[in-house]
Design a protein around this ligand. Structure first.
Ligand code: GDP
Length: 253
């Protein structure tokens, strides 16, 4: 009887909803945008241990002049500690290769708009139970570590996309910068985003009754934006632990 009351009380509703969601799994669609060679595929493979083809060929100048941006989607079913995730990574190979910035942005914008339209059509249809939702939940925008802030293409692209998707700006290959350089670049990027009125994804505030560790974690995450990343597909043994890292002559990052 005790078990039954525990199971039936409405206090258990969150657990039931939670269990149902966990069983059903989650869908997550992530778009990655940034110039070729910035380490997009490597980061995605690192985070999800699956995702994109790495080591794509960087196009020659002639190819770059002719090249058009493509949209490629890769879907993978991932399971971690019993939680299922259907991950779709939308890649944008060829971004930044064309000299015309409209050529770089328009196909991305069209793709995002198409997904909203598809969803709306599904929602207005009869079979609303199993809507395939391909809307982009989040867009990782990769910024080169070798520039003094944002390039005109970065500004133009983020300005075009910011009202449609959650943009998470990312400083690529940050192991090529010193700690001070990373901080200076972050500051410049934040200032430039503000100057150009670009809205990026902002991590939601915590409830006041959250525990202190969690509040601190969120505070640190907010302060770290734009995130600076370094990723690798190789594993190395450090102090008896296997870690992903980049091995240099002077040590492992
Ligand atoms: P993508 O074209 O943006 O998808 O780039 P890739 O992930 O294919 O990586 C291009 C090259 O950069 C590869 O040689 C990677 O090993 C290297 N790379 C990837 N991530 C990093 C990083 O964080 N730091 C450094 N230094 N190199 C990286």
């Amino acid at each position: 009887m005790a078990a039954e009351t525990e199971y039936l009380g409405f206090g258990n509703l969150p657990n039931q909803v939670h269990r149902k969601s966990v069983k059903k799994g989650f869908e997550f669609t992530l778009m990655v945008v940034g110039e070729s060679g910035l380490g997009k595929s490597t980061l995605i493979n690192c985070i999800f241990k699956t995702g994109l083809k790495t080591g794509r060929k960087i196009p020659s100048v002639n190819q770059q002049l002719e090249s058009t941006l493509k949209i490629e989607t890769n879907t993978a079913d991932i399971e971690e500690r019993g939680v299922k995730l259907k991950l779709t990574v939308v890649d944008t190979p060829g971004f930044g290769d064309s000299l015309d910035s409209v050529d770089n942005c328009k196909p991305i914008l069209d793709y995002i708009d198409d997904q909203y339209e598809k969803y709306l059509n599904h929602e207005s249809g009869l079979n609303r139970r199993q809507i395939a939702d391909s809307r982009i939940h989040c867009c990782f925008y990769f910024i080169s570590p070798n520039n003094y802030g944002l390039k005109p293409l970065d500004v133009m692209t983020m300005k075009t996309l910011h009202n449609k998707v959650n943009i998470v700006p990312i400083i690529a290959k940050s192991d090529s910068l010193t700690k001070e350089e990373v901080q200076a670049l972050k500051k410049r990027i934040v200032a430039e985003l503000k100057t150009h009125g670009i809205q990026i994804y902002s991590i939601p505030d915590c409830d006041p009754d959250e525990d202190e560790d969690y509040k601190e974690q969120v505070r640190q995450l907010k302060a770290a934006i734009p995130f600076a990343v370094s990723s690798s597909l190789e594993t190395h043994e450090v102090k008896g632990r296997k870690v992903r890292g980049r091995a240099y002559g002077w040590g492992i990052v």
